[in-house]
Design a protein around this ligand. Structure first.
Ligand SMILES: [Zn+2]
Length: 263
């Protein structure tokens, strides 16, 4: 009897050990599969640092313009309205989130700083300087009140970032009012900004064209105005440009304004 009991105990122990070993193996296998899934997910969202030819023009200082110019830069969105957002994508092994309102504000501040260093008689004003909500109407009223001197030329440049359900959509585009003609100041400035982008980004960022649409600002702002859609937050290449080369977007617009001022 004793022998039988011992044997039974031994068998039960062996069965238990075997069961535990099987459970452990299943866990390890599942875990490694999960890790594989996560790393392939991370890889699919990761992007290498883009190659960009940095053709920044020489930043001359204290240059006078043929006439004074006021540039009102309007960083789109802000505060409770972040605009386009993207969260949890991986760059440099870090999980990153980005929002349109931050990108437009940073680029606007960089443009202001760069252009103020170059021109004596260029006034640059931002519709917002911090992360706060502003309605479109408020921006128009502020823009119109900032530009008051009739002897000056002024431009209203609104900065935005695109987002599309088709993640292949990529590149920069400029929106102008439908009524615009090809010799109007807004169109000429738009063309200069396009060549500014081409100088800086080359083929790293496609150009989607100068579009004419029924847009909010031009009919309400009392100066030539345009909207620059810098790139697509939903595109992995464009996103990498925002992450690694944000300053290049400012430089592209600065180069465009400089080219316009030469005309
Ligand atoms: Zn926007």
């Amino acid at each position: 009897m004793r022998k039988k009991k011992k044997l039974a105990l031994l068998l039960i122990t062996a069965a238990l050990i075997l069961a535990l070993a099987v459970i452990a193996l299943v866990f390890v296998f599942e875990g490694s599969q999960r890790a594989d899934r996560i790393s392939s997910y991370m890889l699919s969202l990761e992007h290498e640092r883009p190659e960009i030819q940095q053709h920044f023009q020489d930043d001359s200082h204290g240059v006078f313009l043929p006439w004074p110019i006021t540039l009102i830069i309007d960083p789109g969105h802000g505060g409770i309205d972040p605009g386009a957002t993207i969260s949890d994508f991986v760059i440099d092994d870090q999980r990153i989130s980005m929002k349109e309102s931050d990108i437009t504000l940073s680029v606007a501040k960089m443009i202001k700083q760069r252009l103020e260093n170059v021109y004596q008689d260029l006034t640059i004003l931002l519709t917002r300087e911090e992360d706060r909500y502003m309605s479109l109407e408020e921006r128009v009223i502020l823009g119109n009140s900032l530009f008051s001197d009739e002897g000056e030329k002024a431009f209203f440049i609104s900065l935005h970032v695109e987002h599309s359900f088709d993640s292949n959509n990529s590149g920069m585009e400029i929106l102008l009012s439908r009524e615009i003609t090809h010799d109007s100041p807004a169109f000429l400035l738009a063309e200069s900004i396009v060549s500014g982008f081409n100088d800086i980004f080359g083929e790293a960022l496609p150009f989607r064209g100068i579009q004419t649409e029924n847009i909010y600002y031009p009919s309400r702002v009392n100066m030539p105005s345009l909207i620059v859609n810098l790139a697509f937050l939903s595109n992995v290449n464009d996103r990498a440009l925002f992450y690694y080369n944000l300053e290049s977007f400012a430089a592209a617009i600065v180069n465009g304004v400089k080219e316009y001022c030469k005309q």
